[in-house]
Design a protein around this ligand. Sequence first.
Ligand code: AN7
Length: 378
Amino acid sequence: MPFRPRYTGLIDKYRDRLPVPDDARVISLGEGNTPLIRLNNIPRKIGKNVDLYVKFEGLNPTGSFKDRGMTMAVTEAVEQGSQAIICASTGNTSASAAAYAARAGIQSFVLIPDGKIAMGKLAQAIMHGARVLQIEGNFDDGMRLVKELAAHAPVTIVNSINPYRLQGQKTAAFEIVEELERAPDFHCLPVGNAGNITAHWIGYCECSGRGEGALTQACSFCKGSCRYASAIVGDRPVMVGYQAAGANPFLRGEMVDEPDTVATAIRIGHPQSWDQAWAASRESGGWFDQFEDSEILTAQRLLADHDGVFCEPASAISVAGALRDIRSGRIPEGSTVVCTLTGHGLKDPDVAIRQAGDAIVKVAAELDAVKRAILDRL
Ligand code: AN7
């Protein structure tokens, strides 16, 4: 067996491909290295021959893909001597920022929208010691305020307008290419602020030797015993971005002032990475599409009860989208497709429980009653 060091996070693994000084104090919680799960039951159910994978980013330390960017942004903030970080957030960025700030021993400030934030995310921000400012407005208002404020106060913005965030998030594409030993044909993901679709495109471009940081050396993590050395591939995926119908600026081709959707994570009307996301879509030959809330929740449930993967509503839109496009043939049979599941289902228990239907049955604490309730379903 070749020697493999303990996994200690994506900066240690991809140091050669990330802008981190050699002597930097790395702020990490062991993020990255998330499973790429091949779906079996759902493709069979729809009767299509596709290799359909989900990259379960909900298994990052704070339960979302934001940790990939946050390890970079907070490592850099600490490197610069910053004592505080700030972000506007629909929830996951604030949870991640709060956790990494705690790890670094600095203060975090988070601006969250008035209501419409999933309880799990709020609990995280509180527990990690963030100063939580619930503003009387939505995410876009918060983002505007954070940008204005940062000019007046000694705080580092850790939203995805911070370029270190996208650098960290690009590593999800590296992992996929390593594991498949090629790029997928299609990569489907939810789009809110559009940072993640941009970051994935950067990552795939670097893997294909077309990005600025394209590398040819062995992985600094295992010095060549992993497959990274051969993970420079010729192709790049088609990037497909999905939005909620109530928060769909990329479908309308213009900003949306009153975004609304059950998928609160992507309740964003003024995406910060607007131009970059259009470039990723255009260069890859991709497209954007949109889904009603009911379709998002159906996909979330399908994935949970057919393939055992519980993601939050915003994440499920990538599967809703992939399935629609596979069914219609826009994604042809024989394709390899990766959907990013951006956040864990436990982030938002309220939305899940609201759909309980007849899953919960009240029974007397007696054997007969329990037996009846079970035999009912066998
Ligand atoms: C689960 O936390 O914007 O298109 O402030 O939490 O890169 O914005 C969250 C975004 C998708 C959209 N899925 O990603 C925030 C925030 C989940 C998310 C997105 C978010 P981007």
